[in-house]
Design a protein around this ligand. Sequence first.
Ligand code: ADP
Ligand code: MG
Length: 239
Amino acid sequence: MPNIKLSHVKKTFPNGFEVVKDFNMEITDGEFVVFLGPSGSGKSTVLRMVAGLEEPSGGEIRIDGKRLEEIPPKERSMAMLFQNYAVYPKLTVYENIGFGLRQRGVAEEVIDEKVRLIANLLEVADLLKKKPRSLTASQRQRVALARALIYDPQILVMDEPFANMEENVRPRISKRVAEIHAQMKGIVMLVTHNLPIGLRLADRVVMMKLGEVHQIGTPSEVYDQPASLFVADFIGDPK
Ligand code: ADP
Ligand code: MG
């Protein structure tokens, strides 16, 4: 069971901009952590650092006690979904979803079964033979989500996975993500602009603004006992 520990993690860009100032958090097995806050808060950057796409300028990130940079990428049981991680245009939806498993040499029958299962859950089962360019943005986003979820990773990092989805599919798909998480029992770190969905999915919420953490707590803690005016405003007046 994975454990992620971020200690005094900082990220400063070469122009001197401190996008993440001093991030401290321990995430334990099975936790679903949702990052909330206005854009420019550093949420994506925290996720990108955990995913190994961006190097911290200070502090350290440990997974199961080991420093992230000492774990070879192949040994990290991690799947990620970022806005700029587009689906492969030349592969069919079926091939896209099974891509990672195929890379890992998983048997074709197992891939087939898993692809169909996840495609059903994310409502793309009727699109398996299509190429991404003929899909809507919402459908493409669900294919990208399927591709990340199919691994059964111990750590799942997702930046705005519901962003391009239509209002009518979003609640269902987010519910499926919760169900998949309940089965995988790993860690999920997710950024979303959708406050109701974020609060519903989260075991804990991280409230960020301008590179600083204002509060880390359960949805009811941040709702009932906001640590700052910013948190209170962002979550909304309960009464
Ligand atoms: P969030 O996900 O909360 O919107 P980000 O982690 O994406 O925040 O951080 C965005 C901030 O970092 C923005 O203010 C952006 O201008 C700045 N930023 C991102 N990349 C760079 C870069 N390479 N150099 C300087 N500033 C950057
Ligand atoms: Mg972002």
